[in-house]
Design a binder for this molecule. Structure first.
Ligand code: FES
Ligand code: FES
Length: 155
């Protein structure tokens, strides 16, 4: 059995240790915020926070998360930081098809937690593990820049 903290609550599973975290989250816990794009650590659509760090849940076997604190977009969406990011993504027109956005938002909060006032280059570096086919990234960069200003003091 693997025990961990999921979106602030205690969680456990009897799934095999080699099960991928993304499959556990989506299939057993019905948290469908993290998406599977590549399944290979390349696109970031499956991004979650593990002990506060941005991770690709498609690459993590659940045997490695014993005792860890996992936050998915589903849990993060209840926070004030999410509210600010969501407003700023909307205001900047940063969402088109939206498939990449749960991962982008998790990358955004991971970045702002480490660096609440990032430069444009630092924002681009912060989302460099997350692919978006629609926006050309500029509006997403604008959204994060706006969130850093509007959410000053939240991260
Ligand atoms: S699905 Fe995990 S990085 Fe692409
Ligand atoms: S908005 Fe479509 S992939 Fe990013």
């Amino acid at each position: 059995m693997v025990k961990f903290i999921l979106n602030g609550g205690e969680a456990e599973t009897d799934a095999p240790a080699a099960t991928r975290l993304i499959d556990l989250l989506r299939d057993e816990f019905l948290l469908i915020g993290p998406k599977e794009g590549c399944g290979d650590g390349e696109c970031g659509t499956c991004s979650v926070l593990v002990n506060g760090l941005l991770q690709n849940s498609c690459l993590i076997p659940i045997g490695a998360i014993e005792g860890a604190e996992i936050v998915t977009i589903d849990g993060f969406s209840k926070t004030e930081q999410f509210r600010v990011l969501s407003e700023c993504y909307s205001e900047a027109g940063a969402v088109q098809c939206g498939f990449c956005i749960p991962g982008m938002v998790m990358a955004s909060t991971a970045l702002l937690s480490k660096n609440p006032h990032p430069t444009e280059d630092e924002i681009r570096e912060g989302i460099s593990g997350n692919l978006c086919r629609c926006t050309g990234y500029n509006m997403i960069v604008d959204a994060i820049d706006l969130a850093a200003k509007k959410g000053d003091g939240l991260w």
